[in-house]
Structure formats: C-alpha cells, structure tokens
Design a protein around this ligand. Structure first.
Ligand code: PHE
Length: 347
C-alpha cells in the first residue's frame, strides 16, 4: 500500500513538473485529488485495512495529498506569473512617452470682441438681440427708409436669393425687427452683433463681415440726444480699444438716421501722425451713427411725435484689428491656427 502511494505521488509530481499549461494542471488536480482522484480512492478503500494499518496509511495518503496540492499551487502561481509576464511583454506601454495632446480651439478675435461689447452694453442696460442672416428686402431696406430703387442701395449691392430674400447687408435690419416687436410698448435699448454680406471683394473688404448695431428709442420727454450718442460711443470705443483715443464726428448720410455721422478714431498704427493705413489722415473711420429718422420710427410702430432715439453701427473686424493691432483684415479669415492661437490666453 505504502509503495502504491509512493508510486502515485511520484507520478503526480512528475506530471505536475512536466506541464506548462494551467488547464492541464487543473486536470491533474482532479486526477489525483478530486472526488474520484487516485489518492482519494485509496482513502476510500481503507475500510478493507486492519485497524493498525489504517492510521499509518491514512496519514501517508494525507501527506501525499498535501505534498501534491502544495506542488500544484506552486506550479499554478509560476504559470500565472509567466502568463502575466508574457502579456506585459507583448503589450508594452511606454509610460515615459508624452501623451497625445488634445488640441483645444481658441476663441476667434471677432467673437472675443463681440463678447466684450455685449458685456459692456449689458452693463449699461441694453438687451442683446438677434436677427436672421437671410433677410427680407423689407427689413433690410424698406423699413429703414430705403424704398426700392433708392440710390443708397447701390452701396450695398448684394446677394439676392430671390427678389424678396437676400443675405443681410447690415445689422440695421434688426433695428426694424426690434421696433416692430415692441411697438411703443417699451423704450428700446438694444445691441445686435452678427454676420453681414455684401458683394465686395478687395484688399480691404470681404464679401462676409460682421457688424454690431445699437439702437436706443425712448419717450421724447427723455430727450435722447446727440450728446447721449456721443457719450455712449466714447465709452464704447475707449473701453474696447483704449482710453487715449480721440473720436471725431463727421457729417454723413444714412437713409435711416437724420442727422447722420461717420465716426473716426485716432489711427492705431501711427497714433494720428499719418501713415498708409489711415491714408495719411491720422484717422480711421469706424462707425456710422445718427438720430433715428422719423420715417423709420413711424414705419416700425413708434410715433415720432412721442418717441426719438439714436442708432449706430460698426464693422467688428475693424474693431478687432484696432484692439489687437492686426494690420491686415485677411488674417482674420485665412484660418491660420498660428495666428488664431495668439489670442488664446486669459485676458
Ligand atoms: N448700417 C450702416 C452701415 O452698414 C451703419 C449705421 C448703423 C449707420 C446705424 C447709422 C446707424 O453702413
């Protein structure tokens, strides 16, 4: 009996040592130690032994079982470790490699300017309005005192989609929309920024550009005057671009304001000395503005005997150029990330 145990044990040890496979190792466990395993069967058959033999054989089998079990566990750990090492080797991850950078976009300078203007005007009690880029002739021109055939339309020769629909040539269309929406119910203080389109394409103009519009309409008794317009624009330009700039109001013409002005600001490049950018004048035109024309008030639901106000409009690309010292407008639209990235910093 003892010899049989020894043979089984040695066979088991031999097979365990030989195997390099976890599954086979598990089969061996069943084969020797399982319910019907070879060593287990000897224990079962002990009933046939004499009482003296029983404890001797019993302890011999148990010892053999323990030895085999220990060996299997040891081998199991070794094989598992080997498998892990193999996996680690095959799936090498070099943790010293720099990670792939996630490229984060940055705000476009024109959008930065829009946000800053909106913040400033909201702080002065204005509402921020929006209007459609695909606009009707009615809102883009007619309701702004520019009937069909008006010569001032020529300056905005534009992208008509149909006879009635066009890409808006000015954010002034939102003046009419805002007035009609309110119709004498309330005084108006609004600004609106957005894209505008004209059929122009040369070194200093692009067929798509951006404007911001401002409109104030209030009861006549409140006396909204040119002085208010001037004060507002001074705060606007100085806050946005620089406190040391001068503003100049030149008489001009817009069909929707009377009187009308063009507003110039000291050239940022030469500080007013005269240079090619300002055509040697020392000034750069940035704004159109004026007192809202009575026809415009009337056409859009505000009685000009009871209400008056001012309006202004400006190109945002110009303002961005001034603010950031950009000397060529085309940089704003060529999508060169190296250019755009320069503005990606905390202000
Ligand atoms: N809409 C005018 C333009 O595009 C600017 C303007 C706005 C002038 C409001 C007066 C009042 O040229």
């Amino acid at each position: 009996m003892q010899a049989q145990i020894k043979t089984i044990k040695e066979k088991a040890i031999h097979e365990i040592e030989k195997t390099e496979d976890l599954k086979i190792l598990n089969d061996l466990r069943v084969k020797y130690l399982g319910k019907k395993g070879e060593l287990t069967l000897i224990l079962r058959g002990m009933g046939a032994l004499s009482p003296e033999e029983r404890p001797i054989i019993g302890s011999a089998v148990n010892k053999a079982k323990e030895e085999v079990e220990a060996l299997i566990i040891e081998k199991e750990e070794k094989l598992e470790q080997q498998e892990l090492n193999k996996k680690l080797q095959e799936e090498t991850i070099d943790i010293t490699l720099p990670s792939t950078k996630i490229v984060r976009g940055s705000k476009h300078p024109v959008n930065r300017v829009i946000e800053e203007i909106e913040d400033l005007f909201v702080s002065m009690g204005y509402d921020v309005e929006v209007g459609p880029e695909l606009e009707t002739d009615e809102f883009c021109f007619e309701r702004l005192n520019l009937p069909k055939g008006h010569p001032a339309r020529d300056m905005q020769d534009s992208f008509y989609i149909t006879n009635e629909y066009l890409l808006r040539t000015q954010t002034s269309s939102v003046q009419a929309r805002t007035m009609l929406k309110n119709t004498e119910k309330t005084p108006i203080r609004m600004i609106c920024a957005g894209k505008t389109y004209r059929r122009e394409d040369d070194a200093t103009h692009s067929h798509q550009f951006s404007q911001v519009e401002g409109l104030v309409v209030d009861y006549k008794e409140r006396n909204v005057s040119l002085a208010d317009l001037k004060g507002t624009l001074e705060v606007f330009v100085k806050r946005l671009i620089g406190e040391n700039l001068d503003l100049r109001f030149r008489p001009s013409y817009f069909p929707f304001t009377e009187p009308s002005y063009e507003v110039d600001v000291t050239c940022f490049k030469c500080s007013g000395k005269g240079c090619p950018l300002c055509k040697q004048t020392g000034w750069i035109e940035i704004l159109g503005a004026g007192i809202v024309h009575p026809n415009v008030l009337r056409m859009n639901g505000y009685d000009p005997d009871k209400f008056s106000g001012f309006a202004f409009g400006t190109g945002l690309e110009r303002l961005a150029m001034f603010k950031y010292g950009i000397t060529d407008m085309r940089y704003l639209y060529t999508n060169d990330v190296r250019f755009l990235k320069q503005f990606d910093r905390k202000d």
